[in-house]
Design a protein around this ligand. Structure first.
Ligand code: GLA
Ligand code: ZN
Length: 667
């Protein structure tokens, strides 16, 4: 439970009262109550209003806002406002503004425009967080803390360069060790003094992968240190109140696995594009839920209607906001929150959808939809809150692996780690088989099947973790281009897939990147659902069997007849290798065959486009059905249920209109 004060799915969003006159605040309270809003993030971007000068803090306006919220029955996820520093701070302290990859220090403006290693940014952000925590520790509205906002920008300044050198000294101990780890003999890059190490820049070192990888790690830690700096200050005053910052799904610049231990609850901002496959949205929810071992997370932002930062910001069609809100809940969200409550009058976000539009009243389509969902969430009470998913399948995801694949010069620009993860995930999603997305060194003992797409980088212990999982009886599926490098991006000298070679029983000798649009036919003899002809794309791994057996074979190119899918018995389990990016039908036929063999069944058999998930707590299971299709769908129920929204019992054939959602509890 995020807070015992609010034992339901929190409903609300970002509220920016300091952009409005005080007369509007009372109207906002009325509108919040009307929309059933009970939680707001405030004040997210108000640093200058809270600290107009270096030596002056100003909280009285926030006191009044919070008191009005309390009177209206609205709780606050209290934000620290430190994502956009005041102009006076940028001007006064030379260390505050960050330097971008061109090596040029930025001017004031925008947001997340600070150097994470700036002592003055660290000092003043901590000071503000600390004063807020001290002042509002016992405020009745306080239910959670929201530090800064969407951390992300990296810095390449002199101060960061120095901090990077210090970080490297700790990591490697000596220059010799660093030269070896970075393979600096290449192109005569051997370092002879620590001072020779600079930050990456556009006109400097851009090709040394181990070095660039370490810079990403270093910046992840630097930015995290800013968050932890505020976190520690707040904890002193409110040890019981959960603290978070809003993450952004598979956001590349920050390794969220390093962050997760310091977020008491995961929260994230979900902004799918209008045509994004629902399985992709679901994948990102799983990734966020997996950051803290499946604990419920917060959907901290989404748009009620449209965003403003895409080339064409199409409106969410009627019903889509409700559908996507429930999809988040179906995958573990315990809050449904929006950006933002009242649409900004000016600035870059004036065209961003909000609960209250520029017209300023409740008589809009969007307000009515928000209000209707608010009423439903009130009715649901705590039925889903704190409910957990149960999955027999885990899919491995690793930020450092992603960085390394994208940094690697060659073998193919078409290698797309995220796309590969989503393709494997989609095969399970379409069959409504629950999947957890976990880190490669996660405890795998509760799973029967583990899928590792494109595990190019094997960090220490990962191969052992996977091999032990197989030895204990699990089924491991490893995707192409795996087991190539170690944590420093140094290629294995033991033949690909390196440390996974024994468990997979294969040796990959070569990689053949396909030309644009090229496919290579793959054929399979009947094995479960797998049969007939399929297509490989992107890149084909050319391999030899070393104990494994073939399950499908290339049927074209000079490697026709070479295995394209292999299976190797190992201990009590088996490990399969999928040697290329395969078409969706192959992935589905293969993975569902393996599920059949493990008796891993869908939550509920449903027609295509209907998503089914389950969350349970205290022995009570709630099943959610979501129709992402454009047609009415009929779902044959396997038992009698109670519809938690209508209160009616339901059984037999359940009809779901397009975009409709049902929340069912077994009777
Ligand atoms: C992000 C930010 C918000 C807002 C929205 C707009 O998620 O956190 O402040 O800018 O984007 O989509
Ligand atoms: Zn810097």
């Amino acid at each position: 439970m995020i807070s015992p004060k609010l034992q339901k799915i929190w409903y609300g969003g970002d509220y920016n009262p300091d952009q409005w006159s005080e007369e509007i605040w009372d109207e906002d309270m009325r509108l919040m109550q009307l929309a059933h809003v009970d939680a707001v993030s405030v004040p997210v971007f108000s640093w200058t209003h809270l600290q107009p000068r270096e030596d002056q803090y100003c909280f009285d306006w926030l006191d009044r806002v919070l008191d009005k919220l309390a009177a209206a029955g609205v709780y606050t996820c209290l934000a620290t406002s430190t994502a956009a520093q005041p102009a006076w701070m940028s001007r006064r302290f030379a260390d505050v503004l960050r330097t971008d990859i061109t090596g040029v220090q930025r001017k004031h403006g925008g947001r997340t425009n600070f150097c994470p290693n700036s002592p003055n940014y660290r000092h003043y952000s901590r000071e503000l967080a600390s004063r807020l925590a001290q002042r509002y520790a016992n405020h009745p509205t306080l239910v959670a803390w929201h530090i800064a906002n969407e951390y992300g920008s990296h810095c390449y300044c002199e101060r960061c360069a120095k901090a990077f050198r210090d970080w490297l000294k700790v990591r490697y101990g000596s220059l010799d060790a660093l030269n070896a780890a970075w393979n600096m003999a290449f192109w005569s890059h051997t370092l002879t003094a620590w001072e020779e190490i600079d930050t990456p820049t556009l006109n400097g070192e851009r090709n040394n992968m181990p070095y660039l990888l370490d810079y990403e790690r270093f910046q992840t830690e630097s930015v995290l240190a800013c968050y932890r700096n505020e976190y520690d200050a707040i904890k002193q005053y409110t040890p019981e109140v959960l603290i978070t910052t809003n993450l952004m799904g598979h956001f590349k610049p920050l390794n969220y696995y390093a962050w997760a231990p310091y977020l008491d609850v995961i929260s994230w901002d979900s902004y799918p594009t209008p045509n994004q496959a629902p399985s992709e949205v679901a994948f990102t929810h799983e990734l966020m839920r997996g950051l803290r071992d499946g604990q419920p997370f917060m959907l901290l932002e989404q748009t009620p209607s449209q965003v403003n930062w895409m080339p064409r910001n199409q409106l969410r069609r009627p019903g889509v906001m409700r559908l996507l809100s429930y999809q988040a809940v179906a995958h573990g969200a315990d809050t449904v929150m929006f950006f933002q409550f009242r649409r900004a009058r000016g600035g870059p976000e004036k065209m961003h959808g909000s609960i209250v539009d520029h017209a300023g009243h409740e008589h809009t389509r969007v307000f009515r939809e928000v209000q209707a969902l608010g009423a439903e969430l009130q009715q649901l009470g705590d039925a889903l809150v704190d409910g957990r998913q149960q999955a027999s399948v885990a899919l491995l995801f690793d930020w450092e692996n992603w960085w390394a694949i994208d940094l690697s010069v060659g073998p193919s620009v078409d290698l797309d780690y995220i796309a590969s993860c989503k393709a494997y995930y989609a095969a399970f999603w379409q069959a409504n088989i629950p999947v957890d997305v976990v880190r490669p060194d996660a405890d795998l003992s509760s799973y029967q099947m583990v899928v590792a797409p494109m595990l190019y980088m094997l960090r220490p212990g990962v191969a052992a973790n996977l091999s032990e999982f197989v030895a204990r009886g699990g089924t491991l599926v490893v995707g192409s281009f795996s087991g190539i490098v170690d944590e420093h991006d140094l290629a294995t000298q033991d033949g690909y897939p390196g440390e996974l070679r024994p468990v997979l029983g294969i040796w990959v000798e070569e990689h053949d990147p396909l030309l644009e649009g090229q496919q290579v036919p793959v054929r399979s003899e009947p094995w479960g659902r797998l049969t007939g002809n399929y297509q490989a794309s992107v890149m084909c791994d050319l391999l030899h069997l070393e104990g494994a057996q073939g399950r499908a074979w290339y049927d074209g190119e000079f490697y026709a007849g070479m295995p394209a899918i292999t299976e190797n018995a190992w201990g009590k389990g088996r490990a399969l290798y999928v040697a290329a990016e395969m078409d969706a039908r192959l992935l589905s036929d293969l993975l569902l065959t393996l599920c059949d063999q493990h008796d891993i069944a869908p939550c509920l058999a449903a027609p295509a486009g209907v998503e089914v998930t389950q969350r349970s707590k205290e022995g009570v299971q709630v099943t959610m059905l979501l129709n992402h299709g454009k047609q009415e769908a009929v779902v044959p129920l396997d038992a009698e249920y109670r519809d938690l929204l209508s209160g009616e019992p339901v059984q037999g054939n359940l009809k779901l209109a397009p975009c409709d959602v049902r929340i069912l509890q077994r009777l």
